[in-house]
Design a protein around this ligand. Structure first.
Ligand code: CAA
Length: 743
């Protein structure tokens, strides 16, 4: 095998020598190359780390500055095979309790310490540990289009292989902090401007780096070590680490950053630690800064926030995998999309495709409605342009993707048509039947319904195999979640095509089976039920919202419904009641129905659970009166001892319990899918990993005990507190929801 055999040329010089399956040493004249090859993204898994170490040590032994005729090496190039340079540490390894970053740190110190110039050849994604390798090299050449960044913060981490020290030395402390605190990668233009890379090539990065190295040798250039540079606190302004006079200025600079992060520091502990590490490196030097970084990295790695965010990283990717689907399923090409209904939802949906350059035919029944819809889309784009997020020319390009029409027949050449008309069964049945007639054979027909019986709509279309649910979340052009609903007869390739398309338009797709509310809204129902009972029992909207927001959700239930519209919410309840889907409990969601009856529709009418001064919610004593009256009508006793813990447990534990039922019933494939629904669609905090992840942290036994407690305390005539069989089983026998697979 390659492992133990060196490839030698006719003069006996070694050309290729595999350190192991992932790292190979090559030679091109007097330049040695380290080649990393660990598909799919060259993550720094164990074999890459050990291979890298062996390679660096081998090179150190053969280094002969300037090279010799006898074959000594004069320069080194580091490059990677496949679609990308190194995309970072192997995130899957971070759960290993023995994971130790110091070995990699030491390898990078040795790489940087080589007495020969070392050039990194970059392409694809140069992220995390990948950028840290690149920065330990002395020079960097990147293919145009390469993305460079330190995204660790999105995993609840900080750079742990020297990034907090080398990046500030290359681009200045200010820009380095921004890059590490928001985790957003940068492109080659900016990287070149900042001095993070030295050259950009349109060609093969390996070839360009070899030429770059030859050029360095021709100029007699030697190593140029990032670690030996001073840190510029502000780019060009010159308050370096040696500038004792500027010490107070430096201290101020970091103090200001810390203050700006203070509010988020408790839930994202990596943030202040990034500032600490950069400051230490700035004021006490590279080695001291590195020590702070290492200690902080190890602490964050074990912190629950990072564990949650890492689990979500993999859950988002796993959600796109459809169990039982043949790997070679042929996807249907989607070149043109139709959207029926130019309202808020339809317009938002259409924007997603226009953003991706896919032409959209937008249909509505009146010219006014169509013009209004297109105008809202245009104003949305213009607002983005005004905020500097979109080119003005791009606004026009996107608008040019949208073609309005009044004729359903114009959908005949679309590959996918999504109906987004009012949430009314008769109307949707009619539209789906019409789509069955006008769409070309093989076109996919999708409904955006959130509550109606999707299989009935599929039947109405006469093409149940081509029919699928695409449940977008409002605002449809912003929220990342797309619930893809698998009907009883949806063809596997239709499901796979839509899941793949979601990725093209920047959404995270989660597949749900058919049930009332699908995954997200079904779980939301129990949460809203309890929040409304709490209102009747005397907890104020502000009290309930504050307790929920203390978990890190952006809005509590009352604020959320005020934004969404209490009329919309109440109509859903009323329809559900008519359809016989609700328990025979007259107090069930009585609060929202009363608000609706009183014309308190929420923010848009200036009053709902709160009254509004513009968009600012203010407590409204009238709401307390309304709730008191409702409580009296329904024989519910009001209490003044409702604490935050009760609010959180009563709203969240039934939601978790419902999630467990959704798993049991096979509505969701995996617990991670449910967590993705909640974090991408409802603002559930990523640092808690989603409701299923949170349940595992709390333990099934604890949740079941509390459900039983509330069943006793509140009574349980309607089964609100019945435990799901899955939770009950885990509570009894141990185990985690995370390990549940397949009903
Ligand atoms: N570790 C382990 N697996 C990884 C990985 C990583 N860093 N990055 C990607 N993968 C896996 C994905 O799970 C996926 O696996 P499956 O095919 O089995 O699902 C596969 O690689 C392809 O990934 P994507 O589907 O995301 O592919 P993409 O082309 O859409 O995106 C990417 C590629 C931009 C590199 C993206 O995967 C990404 O952002 N990765 C994470 C980058 C990151 O956070 N790096 C920092 C890690 S922490 C670190 O670096 C610390 C350290 O060393 C000290």
């Amino acid at each position: 095998t390659m492992n133990d055999k060196a490839i030698v040329d006719e003069e006996g010089k070694r050309m290729r020598d595999a350190m192991n399956d992932s790292v190979t040493l090559e030679r091109a004249g007097r330049i040695g190359l380290i080649r990393i090859d660990h598909p799919p993204v060259n993550a720094l898994a164990g074999p890459v780390r050990t291979g890298l170490r062996t390679a660096v040590d081998r090179l150190a032994a053969e280094a002969v500055p300037g090279g010799t005729a006898a074959g000594g090496l004069a320069a080194v190039v580091v490059y990677a095979a496949g679609r990308t340079f190194v995309a970072g540490g192997d995130i899957a390894e971070f759960d290993d309790p023995d994971y130790d970053i110091t070995h990699l740190l030491d390898t990078l110190a040795r790489l940087e310490g080589l007495a020969l110039p070392v050039v990194a050849a970059l392409h694809g994604s140069v992220l995390g540990g990948g950028l840290e390798i690149a920065m330990a090299c002395h020079y960097r050449v990147a293919q145009a289009g390469t993305r460079l960044g330190q995204p660790e913060v999105r995993l609840g981490l900080l750079p742990g292989a020297g990034g907090t020290q080398r990046l500030p030395r290359l681009v200045g402390a200010g820009r380095a902090l921004e890059m590490m605190l928001d985790g957003q990668p940068i492109g080659t233009d900016e990287a070149l401007r900042l001095g993070l890379i030295d050259a950009v090539t349109d060609g093969d990065p390996r070839t360009a780096a070899l030429a770059y190295a030859e050029n360095l040798l021709a100029q007699g250039a030697g190593p140029r070590r990032s670690a030996e540079r001073p840190v510029m606190v502000t780019a060009g302004a010159g308050a370096g680490n040696e500038a004792a006079a500027a010490a107070t200025e430096v201290a101020d600079f970091f103090a200001r950053r810390r203050t700006a992060l203070a509010a988020r520091a408790a839930v994202y502990p990596a943030l202040p630690r990034i500032v600490d590490a950069v400051e230490a490196g700035c004021t006490q030097g590279f080695a001291a800064g590195l020590a702070v970084e290492t200690q902080a990295f190890q602490a964050c790695l074990r912190a629950p926030q990072s564990q949650a965010m890492r689990a979500l990283f993999f859950a988002e990717r796993e959600a796109a995998k459809l169990p039982g689907l043949p790997a070679d399923v042929a996807l249907r090409p989607i070149r043109r999309v139709g959207v029926v209904g130019a309202g808020t939802m339809g317009g938002g949906i259409a924007m997603n495709f226009a953003n991706a350059g896919i032409p959209v035919v937008l249909v509505d029944t009146s010219a006014e409605a169509l013009a209004r819809g297109l105008d809202i889309v245009r104003r949305n784009y213009q607002a983005s342009a005004a905020r500097g997020k979109l080119d003005v020319a791009e606004v026009e390009r996107r608008m040019a993707c949208l073609h309005g029409t009044l004729a359903l027949a114009d959908l005949g050449d679309c590959d996918l048509v999504i109906e987004a008309v009012f949430e009314n069964m008769a109307l949707k049945l009619q539209v789906c039947a019409q789509l069955g007639e006008v769409c070309r054979p093989g076109a996919i027909i999708a409904t955006n319904t959130s509550t109606l019986d999707m299989d009935a709509l599929a039947r109405a279309s006469g093409r149940a195999g081509d029919f699928v649910g695409m449940h977008f979340f409002s605002p449809a052009n912003v929220m990342r979640l797309l619930e893809v609903v698998r009907g009883a007869h949806t063809a596997p390739e239709v499901l796979a095509t839509v899941v793949r398309l979601a990725r093209t338009i920047g959404k995270v797709a989660v597949v749900s089976g058919v049930c009332y509310g699908f995954i997200g809204n079904r779980m939301l129902e129990s949460y809203l039920r309890e929040s409304e009972f709490l209102l009747l029992e005397g907890a104020s909207p502000a009290r309930i919202d504050a307790a929920i927001q203390s978990l890190g959700l952006p809005m509590g239930p009352c604020r959320m419904l005020d934004m969404a519209g209490l009329d919309v919410a109440a109509k859903v309840v009323i329809e559900h009641l008519k359809a016989g889907g609700l328990p025979p409990d007259p107090s069930y969601r009585a609060a929202v129905q009363r608000m609706f009856a009183l014309g308190r529709f929420g923010q848009k009418t200036g009053a709902g659970y709160y009254r509004y001064d513009g968009r600012t919610p203010l407590p409204d004593p009238e709401v307390a009166d309304i709730c008191r009256a409702l409580a009296a009508e329904h024989g519910i006793a009001q209490r003044d001892d409702i604490g935050d813990d009760e609010i959180i447990e009563r709203c969240l534990y039934p939601l978790i319990n419902e999630g467990a039922r959704i798993l049991e019933e096979g509505i969701a494939y995996r617990p991670g899918d449910i967590d993705v629904v909640w974090t991408c669609g409802y603002g559930f905090p990523d640092h808690r990993g989603g409701p299923m992840h949170m349940a595992d942290r709390l333990g099934a036994a604890h949740i079941v005990r509390r459900l039983e407690h509330y069943a006793r305390q509140r009574g349980n005539p309607h089964g609100y507190w019945d435990r799901s069989a899955l939770l009950a089983r885990l509570a009894e026998h141990g185990g985690r929801l995370a390990d549940f697979r397949g009903a």
